[in-house]
Design a protein around this ligand. Structure first.
Ligand code: CU
Length: 138
């Protein structure tokens, strides 16, 4: 609970994205537990999140042009902008991306243990853009 309050306080400092624009659809395999943890993290941050279970994550990632080197478990699309979120990106990074619609997508490659849905965040989690450049650190 303490962690939730802290992250809500951090997020309050960022410009609020319009709720409908910020709604995301998450594609994940039906048996992915850490994906479910990330969905809860997004919802706790006030991001409207719809979940679509699929057994063809490879196809989803291909269709959304997620760079092969940056892939993780789940993939999300921002409904208002078609921006893509690959893997366990923190809500702060997602909101930063929502504030800049020229960013095509962000990714947390693999499944690092210091990411939301995986484990405790330690301030060292690097989120990259789809060119592989550092986008944020949380
Ligand atoms: Cu995962």
């Amino acid at each position: 609970m303490k962690r939730l309050i802290l992250s809500a306080a951090l997020l309050a400092g960022l410009p609020a994205a319009h709720a409908a624009d910020a709604a995301i659809t998450v594609y994940k395999s039906p048996d992915c537990g850490c994906c479910e943890g990330w969905v809860q993290h997004m919802r706790a941050a006030g991001i409207e999140t719809k979940v679509v279970d699929t057994n063809d994550m490879q196809g989803v990632k291909d269709r959304l042009h997620v760079p092969a080197a940056l892939r993780s478990c789940h993939t999300a699309v921002v409904r208002g902008s078609n921006q893509v979120i690959e893997g366990h990106a923190p809500a702060t990074a997602v909101k930063k991306m929502l504030a800049n619609r020229s960013v095509r997508g962000i990714a947390v490659p693999g499944m690092p243990v210091n990411s939301p849905g995986m484990g405790e965040m330690d301030g060292k989690l690097v989120t990259v853009d789809f060119a592989g450049a550092k986008f944020s650190q949380d």
